[in-house]
Design a protein around this ligand. Structure first.
Ligand code: NAD
Ligand code: UD2
Length: 309
């Protein structure tokens, strides 16, 4: 534990705000840097141990100011929508790559070493589909979002070897939980299905519903993020973050129906073009280096927490 703040970039977003709550509860002082592009002030707790900087990670001076005096950083700020990156590659790049580079440089200049970075399973593209995907699976970044995440990993590795940064690079698979924004058709499927189920609105499944994903509850992810801040030493190499568990959309719908006591009408429509059929993380490296909560939150419990049941 340290009196110096932990900087959480993107701290007003879905994952960030869940992390901020956990850090404050554990006695940390937290500094959030967020431009509120998708994050919300109302996601943040009221606390005298929370400092807020409204600003953009693409602005080097702002990032320098945010890093100054910090003990460590969790870098979550990014345009998290892959579709947004497809529509605006240049704008997205400012947040998703330039932001990371600004952070690396500000950390070097301020002598801050530990940084936990939110990379993504998107860097694998369709590779490893149908198997449990390990970190050595060939990379195939198919979108500007994935290209920026992979490039960010490379920059972090450069600053590690050249300037002694201690990056913990986590490749998140599918995260779900409270405060995930369901408002876009490309939002996380659990946020869309649970919101519609609660409102009694019809649910559209793209494909036959037998596609599978490796869903991790945000509370479990936050435990890992905190450990990554606290571990004494950091080993080289990115780490998949998932449970190595496959849940089909049909299984997911059954679990939502179970928690809510019923479901609105469900229709099956054409599969999304480019959709991956099965995505599951080989998490052996994660389990070697970190402790997942034991037991990890199962889908029914995670949904019950999300749905307030
Ligand atoms: P989110 O959109 O809720 O959070 C992103 C936060 O970053 C928001 O508060 C937003 O306002 C802020 N932000 C965006 N651009 C910024 C900028 N230029 N300067 C300052 N702040 C900026 O999304 P999330 O799901 O919480 O994602 C957090 C991180 O995890 C992102 O880096 C995302 O790419 C990554 N990730 C998420 C998932 C998932 O399943 N949710 C999967 C893989 C990776
Ligand atoms: C995730 C990312 C995506 C991209 C991809 C790379 C999220 C939210 N999406 O997509 O941006 O990085 O990984 O592999 O992180 N679905 C429905 N109905 C809906 C919404 C979705 O059936 O209303 C299906 C969708 O077609 C897919 C599954 O649900 O088969 C999961 O969709 P998702 O967008 O939550 O996640 P994913 O893994 O496809």
């Amino acid at each position: 534990m340290t009196d110096s703040p932990i900087l959480v970039t993107g701290g007003a977003g879905f994952i960030g705000s869940n992390l901020v709550d956990a850090l404050i509860a554990r006695g940390y002082t937290v500094r959030v840097l967020d431009n509120f592009s998708t994050g919300k002030r109302s996601n943040l707790p009221v606390s005298d141990r929370l400092e807020l900087i409204e600003g953009d990670v693409a602005d080097a001076q702002t990032v320098h100011r945010a890093v100054e005096g910090c003990a460590a950083v969790v870098h979550l700020a990014a345009v998290a929508s892959v579709q947004a990156s497809v529509e605006d590659p240049v704008g997205t790049h400012q947040s998703n790559l330039v932001g990371t580079l600004n952070l690396c440089e500000a950390m070097r200049q301020n002598g801050v070493r530990r940084v936990v970075f939110a990379s993504s399973a998107a860097i694998y593209g369709n590779n490893g589909e149908g198997q449990s995907i390990d970190e050595n699976t060939p990379k195939a970044p198919l979108t500007p979002y994935a290209a920026d995440k992979l490039a960010s990993e490379h920059y972090l590795d450069f600053y590690r070897s050249q300037h002694g940064l201690e990056p913990v690079v986590f490749r998140f698979f599918n995260i779900y939980g409270p405060r995930q924004d369901p408002s876009s058709p490309y939002s996380g499927v659990i946020s869309i299905f649970t919101e519609r189920a609660q409102k009694g609105l019809p649910i559209a499944v793209f494909g036959d519903g037998e596609q599978t994903r490796d869903f991790l509850y945000v509370g479990d992810l936050v435990e890992l993020l905190v450990q990554a801040l606290e571990v004494a030493t950091v080993e080289e190499g990115a780490i998949n973050v998932g449970l190595n568990r496959a849940t089909s959309l049909n299984g997911l719908l059954a679990a939502i129906g179970d928690v809510l006591g019923g479901l609105p009408p469900v229709s099956y429509q054409a599969a999304r073009s480019g959709d991956i059929r099965h995505s599951r993380a080989n998490n052996a490296r994660l389990l070697q280096r970190f402790r997942l909560p034991e037991p990890a939150t199962d889908m029914r419990d995670g949904l019950a927490k999300l749905l307030g049941r």
